[in-house]
Design a protein around this ligand. Sequence first.
Ligand SMILES: C[C@](O)(CO)[C@H](O)COP(=O)(O)OP(=O)(O)OC[C@H]1O[C@@H](n2ccc(N)nc2=O)[C@H](O)[C@@H]1O
Ligand SMILES: Nc1ncnc2c1ncn2[C@@H]1O[C@H](COP(=O)(O)OP(=O)(O)OP(=O)(O)O)[C@@H](O)[C@H]1O
Length: 293
Amino acid sequence: MSAVPLANTAAAAWTWDSAYPAPAKLNLFLHVVGRRADGYHCLQTVFRFVDHGDSLRFAPRADGEVRLVAPLPGVPEERDLTVRAARLLQAETGCRQGVDITVDKRLPMGGGLGGGSSDAATTLLALNHLWQLGLSRQRLQAIGLTLGADVPVFVFGDNAFAEGVGEALRPVSLPPACYLVLEAPVEVPTALVFSAPDLRRDTPALAAADWRPGEGGNDLEAPVVARFPAVAERLAWLTQHARARMTGSGACVFAEFPTRAAAAAVLRAAPAGFVGWLAEGLDGHPLRELVAA
Ligand SMILES: C[C@](O)(CO)[C@H](O)COP(=O)(O)OP(=O)(O)OC[C@H]1O[C@@H](n2ccc(N)nc2=O)[C@H](O)[C@@H]1O
Ligand SMILES: Nc1ncnc2c1ncn2[C@@H]1O[C@H](COP(=O)(O)OP(=O)(O)OP(=O)(O)O)[C@@H](O)[C@H]1O
């Protein structure tokens, strides 16, 4: 993401020529506090945006079509969350404009970093602006929720304490932090984790105001560690250096460090074959200003 603006840049600065960032999120903690009648799980989590992610470009098309310039391996164009997001916007508004979408993919798929969800949210935010649709943030969040439980927070734009399936959001203020993220060479299907018989589903709910940075674990971690040795290995190694957790439904694990130098020293010591990177916590989504207050 370093090639694109990370500060909250004024809406007028974002044009058809811009690269639009789609940052990763980390779940600083994630508790499963219950289950809804439709099978979806009720969560409590804190989402933090970080300065590492995908980057998207948009080019206008005169024929009204939505096309992906280079589909991702294993994801048919019709299923790609960016294409689905753009087509939903057309369907919701009757907009006849088309677009070519290019995704510069840096986030691993099935990594728990919300990559696909962030790409979808960036598409909603960017096209609402570029096509001049004027949809409110609330409406974009509702459209995003139909694409996935993680999409609304990226549209919301503030680091957030989330409840429900992740759609009931309130802003949280988080101190500056540097994270070391280790990728695992596996793709963890979110649905598999939530359907695991050994998933703990009864963690007592917290009062949002009582949560403090550093508190809480990830209830999805145990079933993933039991099934994916590569995740277990990375978590065990990182735990020797700091308080390590899995993000989302995995497969990435992360730890927070007081300084970038401390995080870099641990990354340098990682065993051969481990892939990792450092990321600073952001105060908010870089496209937050794209939607009027
Ligand atoms: C684990 C998290 O990443 C935490 O931020 C999210 O809750 C997952 O969000 P997501 O990847 O957008 O997931 P979705 O595409 O909405 O859901 C994938 C599948 O996971 C299960 N699922 C998901 C979210 C949830 N709260 N309860 C569930 O049981 C459902 O079977 C669903 O069919
Ligand atoms: N633009 C996209 N980028 C990534 N994945 C996509 C995209 N469009 C559709 N997908 C599908 O979504 C699945 C989940 O990908 P994603 O990168 O969002 O996982 P994740 O980081 O585990 O997400 P979460 O943290 O929301 O569970 C992929 O396996 C892929 O099939």
